[in-house]
Design a protein around this ligand. Structure first.
Ligand SMILES: [Zn+2]
Length: 98
């Protein structure tokens, strides 16, 4: 099977979904937090649904810091949220499965 379903947990709504339904945020070995649109970067990853509801809630909660075992500040969080929104808007959220 080439399309093995790997279920991941959305850090906001705590629902299990396949990778295609989630966006990946990664903390790289260098300590940078960024959006991993191809879902291939090394490092600790966190997943959020391809949905504006979950992206919006990400702003208010510390779930990302917890999931990535890091401490990102409010500015960084807003930047990440914006990038997720842009990805969602472009529909470019399926990564390697395109
Ligand atoms: Zn979610």
């Amino acid at each position: 099977m080439s399309h093995r379903k790997i279920e991941r947990l959305c850090i906001v709504c705590r629902k299990r979904k396949s990778k295609e339904e989630l966006m990946r945020i990664v903390r790289t070995p260098e300590g940078l937090v960024k959006i991993d649109s191809l879902k291939k970067l090394p490092g600790r990853g966190a997943y959020v649904c391809n949905s504006i509801e979950c992206i919006n809630k990400l702003k208010k909660e510390n779930s990302l810091n917890y999931a990535l075992r890091t401490k990102i500040n409010k500015e960084e969080l807003i930047k990440i949220k914006k990038e997720l929104e842009d990805l969602l808007e472009r529909g470019d959220v399926k990564g390697e499965s395109i």
